[in-house]
Design a binder for this molecule. Structure first.
Ligand code: HEC
Length: 128
């Protein structure tokens, strides 16, 4: 009986440490594998896209990711990243944000920006 209670306690502890959702707090969240596909997007691919599409205006990928907290990124990327699209209305990149290409990019971008956001201690392997 004691063993069952111990196992159950361990299970609850482990699942609380490893459960991560869009609003997760980083104290209780492990570093996601940079090279592996997550269920939503791919962090490494998001890094590549950031460097290609965002760096020229928002600085290095480290500066870019640290622009916002995990919750703020989550809000910006809700509903097909519509709030991020709105932020770029009447800028020279408005077309990109409304394109099919951006619709293919935004999940990977979210994974990258969210993983290395302001309230995360995580740093990308290269910060350029
Ligand atoms: C041509 C320049 C340009 C490019 C490229 C660009 N942005 Fe922006 N971005 C802006 C401007 C201008 C604003 C609105 C002013 C501001 O808030 O900085 C903005 C706003 C933002 C904001 C909101 C900032 C805030 O505090 O409200 C975020 C987040 C953002 N951009 C992320 C991105 C991401 C991610 C990419 C790449 C997919 C990107 N931007 C590409 C120019 C750019």
């Amino acid at each position: 009986m004691l063993l069952i209670k111990l196992l159950l306690g361990l299970f609850i502890f482990v699942s609380s440490v490893f459960s991560c959702d869009g609003e997760r707090s980083f104290e209780s969240c492990k570093l996601l594998p940079y090279y592996e596909e997550t269920t939503y997007g791919n962090i490494k691919q998001g890094h590549v896209i950031y460097k290609k599409e965002c760096r020229k205006c928002h600085g290095s990928s480290l500066e870019g990711a640290k622009m916002h907290t995990s919750h703020e990124w989550w809000l910006l990327f809700q509903d097909n990243a519509q709030n991020l699209v709105i932020k770029h209305h009447e800028t020279s990149v408005e077309e990109y944000f409304k394109s099919e290409k951006f619709r293919e990019h935004y999940r990977d971008l979210y994974e990258f920006l969210h993983e290395y956001c302001k309230d995360s201690p995580n740093l990308p392997p290269t910060t350029g």
